[in-house]
Design a protein around this ligand. Structure first.
Ligand SMILES: Nc1nc2c(ncn2[C@@H]2O[C@H](COP(=O)(O)OP(=O)(O)OP(=O)(O)O)[C@@H](O)[C@H]2O)c(=O)[nH]1
Length: 330
């Protein structure tokens, strides 16, 4: 904002000065213009920096800028070219900085100051624009508009990055670097739609850590969390880029395996079980961790995400019922 104000006041300085000379305004108006152009930007910056509420103070500064604009438009006897350009820049700038509320405030201030000074000066009008004033106004139009576009573009790209980051966070588990239920359900729905159009073999794998409550109770939640991190890493390593390993919550994980028949999914589950058997976080505590895994392939009658998830959950239930530490495939 500081640099934009310096640039704005500097670029406004030349057309205003040109008209002040043409109208033979007294020297003090030129001194006032110099103060506005070269002292005010730093004052405004210091005001905003040394306050408890910088945003509110900066909005006050922006309204003050608009008031100064009204003053100079009156001093220029409403000379049309610089007056219209300055008023337009002031108002559009305020609109992008603080929306319609700030722009309305700025517009009213600009108009009030203009009317007051213009009446005091005897309502002068100078409708003729000299070539010098026109050339003095051109840099204001070209450079300031360009700078404003660059600023707007940089704000827009920052917002785009932030929004992508927020979207990613909304789809990820807060504890682990793995998809959450929301993303998983979206991908399952996409897969079901795809299978309806082009029938194929795809599998869903439900994974649950055996006796996880005991891990928490015996070794504490930190060790439990570390175990969850390790399991999620194993799931990432054991799967392809096209698969979606996700955490449903607690110690429950699900992997969506597109274009994967159940026998291949079974091999993936075996690899996961083998890797889980060597988990170091538990070796330190001499505790053998095992997993139970249920696998369900997509069937023609499965229309909803819940149908498919339930089939995989049922398979997991069977694996638990048969004594845990095993894979059950429907
Ligand atoms: N450390 C940790 N524990 C969690 C988290 N979320 C849930 N839990 C715990 O995970 C445990 C889940 O236990 P269950 O799956 O119900 O039971 P289990 O002991 O695994 O038994 P089985 O599933 O029958 O093998 C509970 O004690 C929860 O408190 C988490 O983010 N971190």
């Amino acid at each position: 904002m500081y640099l934009m104000r310096i640039l704005g006041t500097l670029l406004c300085f030349f057309p205003i000065l040109s008209v002040l000379f043409e109208l033979h305004r007294p020297l003090w108006t030129v001194v006032l213009l110099c103060a506005n152009a070269f002292v005010w930007p730093t004052l405004a910056f210091l005001r905003a920096r040394n306050t408890a509420n910088p945003l509110q103070t900066e909005h006050q500064n922006l309204v003050f800028d608009a008031g100064a604009g009204g003053l100079w438009i009156a001093m220029m006897a409403a000379n049309p070219l610089p007056s219209v350009v300055i008023a337009t820049i002031l108002l559009s700038d305020r609109l992008s900085a603080g929306g319609f509320t700030l722009m309305r405030k700025a517009a009213l201030t600009l108009l009030a100051v203009f009317l007051l000074v213009w009446l005091v000066l005897g309502m002068p009008l100078e409708l003729h624009v000299t070539q010098r004033t026109m050339f003095a106004t051109l840099p204001l139009i070209a450079i300031y508009m360009l700078a404003l576009s660059v600023l707007t573009d940089s704000i827009a790209s920052k917002l785009r990055m932030k929004s992508r980051e927020l979207e990613r966070i909304a789809m990820m588990d807060p504890l682990l670097d793995i998809a959450n239920r929301r993303l998983l359900e979206k991908r399952i729905q996409y897969e079901l739609d795809k299978l309806r159009a082009t029938p194929n073999h795809s599998s869903l794998m439900f994974i649950d850590i055996d006796n996880f409550k005991e891990v928490n109770d015996r070794f504490g939640h930190k060790v439990g969390d570390a175990l969850l991190v390790t399991v999620s890493k194993i799931l990432h390593i054991a799967t392809r880029n096209t698969d979606t390993p996700a955490r449903l919550g607690g110690d429950e994980f699900v992997i969506l395996l597109p274009d994967t028949p159940s026998d291949v999914a079974y091999d993936v589950a075996t690899r996961i079980m083998d890797a889980a058997a060597t988990m170091t976080v538990l070796q330190e505590h001499a505790f053998k961790c095992t997993l139970s895994i249920g696998i369900a392939s997509a069937l023609p009658g499965m229309h909803t995400v819940t149908d498919w998830l339930k089939a995989a959950d049922d398979a997991l239930y069977q694996a638990k019922r048969l004594g845990k530490n095993q894979i059950y495939s429907h």
